[in-house]
Ligand binder design. Sequence first.
Ligand code: ADP
Length: 667
Amino acid sequence: MIKTVLIANRGEIACRVIRTARRLGLRTIAVYSEADAGALHVELADEAHAIGPAPARASYLDSAAILDAAKRSGADAIHPGYGFLSENADFAAACAAAGVIFIGPPPAAIRAMGSKSAAKDLMEKAGVPLVPGYHGAAQDPAVLAKAAKAIGYPVLIKASAGGGGRGMRVVERAAALADALAAARREAEAAFGDPQLLIEKYLARPRHIEVQVFADTHDHCIHLFERDCSIQRRYQKVIEEAPAPGMTAARRAAIGAAAIAAARAVGYVGAGTVEFIAPADADDFYFMEMNTRLQVEHPVTEAITGLDLVEWQIRVADGEALPLAQDAVTLRGHAVEARLYAEDPARDFLPQPGRLEHVRFPVAEGVRVDTGVRSGAVVPRDYDAMIAKVIAWGETRAVATARLVRALADTEIAGVRTNRALLAAIVGHPAFAKGALDTGFIAHHRAALLPPPTPADARILALATLARLLEERGHAHEAAAATADPHSPWAHSGGWRLNREAWQECLWRDGDSTVAVRARFSTRGFALRVADTTIAADGALAADGVLHATIDGVRVTARVVRHGDGVTVFDRGAERRLGVVDPLLAAAAGEAAAGKLTAPMPGRIAAVRVAPGEHVARGHALIVVEAMKMEHTITAPAAGRIGAVHYRVGDLVDEGAELLVLEVGVG
Ligand code: ADP
């Protein structure tokens, strides 16, 4: 019997596993890197062990350190979560060798599915349908060119050892194949240590449909229905739902049977997901790969089945038979999950590590939030930037969607940029309501989903200004109360004048512009002048930033959170960051920036493509910064000569650090 489980992971998944383990009466052990010393999962566990510095290689991927923590804590089982060591067959084997139960499939099953090419070979033999393609061992360019021609363009090149949407390349024409293969091979070797490639027919706007399977050590293998994960960016899932819209009973039975055949072919045990790709214009589905672990999106399956998949994982690992037979698993209602990331969708989804100054998630019927963060937490640069999953369930898809729209509107994050508005726009889009999903959804509806930034409207500026004025008035009252004569008008400060005609000016920075709001106090509250509108405003500001305001006679509730040199206003399901402008400092600013090229985010220098003295054209790649498993190339904003390069490959850089100097226009 498992009594103590160590969770070899971090973030929301570690918290989620701890929750179930607790419910089952188990002792829970967390592990953490130096970057996570203050993390929620560390606090939730009964005991937590430090396993090394921030880089994953030195902590969450360090098998020996984790097994050592298991030994020290007396853990008899390890749950790997997803990512990190969850699909590492050697780690699973090392656990067994150390006498610790690995809560996951046998090493051989992980190995069999670890290579996309080898897995496809096995699947072909098991009669599971495959995307037309080539997954042979021979890799010479002539063989691959012949294969691509036979498949028919466009084709997709994948790294056999790839994952996480990395290392894929679409090739439109035969003439572009050789270069694409060479680049893909280099990338596969560098990222996964294995240059083997495979080629598939590239399907135009397909759907991603996957099946949750579960097997035990008593020869039972069932499926828990499908999930549709077609809404993606960078080939990575953003929104997932269960069941898949439009799925018929016959098709569900067919895809479920194919998934079970796939799992059985590798002697699978535990929770796994068989991923299929479905062409837009047919009822076909083709095997893509099997993920031999719990998926990020498992909560939607839990919501429609009423089951706890982590509980099942633990019971199966303990040698129990599956709690239910296929016929006994029921599907009720519909669930949709949105992945909230610290990232900037407007800048190609660039991760945004940093401090979460304010975090608040909704509590509502049918809504579940899985997260590993709270106010004050830091999204470290070293790991994936997902900060939460917001999941909504309803009797119908329409209700689930409406609940998710509302839940996303009520989600408040300040301090870093997130994809919250994009998620809300996706689930609120008419095409989403119709269930018209495919992997090109975000690109296709880009204009509606990612509108260009607009200036803060008068109401937002009024709320921000009102909060600032109320706060100042609060301070003034406190100061007055502290003096000998609290009622003396001389004790009042903070910009308050007895002369009611005096207008006070508040300056805000909104993006690149500075906006002035003029405020005047009267017995009826404040008159706020924004551009040429005057707004009557008054209200009360609570310590947690909740602002109960009356704006032109209408009662509204918003939140204004102060952090750094500004505020974030949450109002009507949107957030807006405004900087407080000190007029004296403002005049001094605006210098120096020209000609300097800075790091867009904290990270590590992956490549330096230029040397001092070199002449570059506009758009020339200068330096590559790697952060959160992604590469960002800094290019020359204009033609010029490289003055100095401040960093070398491998160096760590902070956000905003000057990387190199470009002498613009020097020819
Ligand atoms: P990874 O292991 O890196 O996640 P997958 O093989 O699971 O890679 O594919 C990830 C995503 O890439 C899919 O969900 C789909 O959007 C896209 N994709 C994969 N194969 C194809 C294909 N043959 N045609 C079109 N898109 C594909």
